[in-house]
Design a protein around this ligand. Sequence first.
Ligand code: FAD
Length: 432
Amino acid sequence: MNKAMAQIKGLIGEGHVVDSVAEMAKFLRGNGKPLAVVFPGSTAEVSGLVKLANELNLKIAVGGQVVESKGLDGGLALVLSRMNKILEIDHANLVATVEPGILHAAFVTKMEEEGLNFPPEPFAVETGSVGGCFAIGDTDSKAFQYMPTRTYLLGYEMVLPTGEVLDIGNKCIKNVSGYDLIHFAVGSRGTLGIFTKLLIKLLPPPEVKYAVLADFASIHKASIAFTTLIKRNIHPTRLNLINATLAKNTFPATEGNLVMVDLEGFKASTELLAEEISSVFKLAGAKNIRIVTNADEYVKIWRAWLSLRGELNTQDVERILDINVGPMKMPPALKALEEITGDLAGYPGIVLEGLLGHIRMLLPTAAEKNQLAGKVNALAMSFGGNVSGVLGSRLVCEAYNDAEMWQGITSLINQIRKQFDPKGILAPGASL
Ligand SMILES: Cc1cc2nc3c(=O)[nH]c(=O)nc-3n(C[C@H](O)[C@H](O)[C@H](O)COP(=O)(O)OP(=O)(O)OC[C@H]3O[C@@H](n4cnc5c(N)ncnc54)[C@H](O)[C@@H]3O)c2cc1C
């Protein structure tokens, strides 16, 4: 056994280190060849490993269940699945303290059992960890009502790239003055440090959850119906559409495009809203409008939505292009989009998240993504919007033909990263 491996095993115990290529492959993404996959069980062990990596000049990447191995040759892949405990549930303050490796699904289930609500919904809803949720951040279709994921982070414990431990935040909502270093870590994807504890804001659960489903022959008409609801100050929890091609596979009885409305709230107001929304959809020419009040059916509908969204963003991600234009600009943006893409009705996939003004396209082929990205981005910006995800900032700069601006942004990001991680130890595969 080489010296490094002996030190690693000495730190966290032989049973928590995997170093055979075949075994390691189960916990890795990408083609990198780390020295070992390690499963630390405490903050002290994570800190010890990071200090050792500093001494031996090893790279480190972290993941909830599986680690990105890009750039990790000879380094350590930290899987946090052992650090999966709920350390405290504070009902009075609506706060929980958890270790980062707890699965999102397990955490949500436990919170429901406790009569509490944690609304963020990651793409990897079955396999994602709570640490990964906050390390990526982002926004889902419930975010108009419940706000983006970062809202739910009140503080954290983090092992910095030097191995020191940073403890920041507390249970008070008003807990930041000056730079907001709590939310700065959201979306940092393991580049600034490794979360080892998370202090999470919770909500009381809604009294009821209903769904309204409706079939629309035209995506465009549905998007106008969305704006009608918003003009009437009707903001449900989710106001989504999946086009006919996607609906056929997920909800085979759908005729055309499926509009899916989620309503979470008090019973009396939710009933009224469901009726009001149904009337607006009827006037807009929708068919098969149904209000779903049965809890099992409600769960089935939104599970199907989440698994569709998960598939699109994992299996089909190379063919996805998505833009945000804001809720009220969706109808004209969809029209303008068709001038670039041609008729959207026959597209392999269109998903609208009405309250975010988010349009997600599943392109016919991956090759089209690069061809279309620049034009679609310019279109989104002409409506005051943006392109989501990693392509976003670069394309904004390209659309302005401003290489200097792009260099400025990347240089600033790299300087910040270097300040935290002068030796460039953490997350070698992550480019922000
Ligand atoms: C509302 C919402 C929307 C989302 N939207 C998107 C999206 O648009 N695109 C997308 O790709 N994903 C998105 N995600 C994230 C996606 O769902 C992730 O796959 C999943 O939530 C992350 O969990 P994981 O355990 O699989 O993370 P992993 O795949 O293990 O990790 C994800 C990233 O977080 C880092 N990380 C994991 N754990 C820690 C930790 N303890 N400390 C520091 N860094 C850590 C990893 O290094 C990696 O960079 C979204 C998540 C939420 C909550």
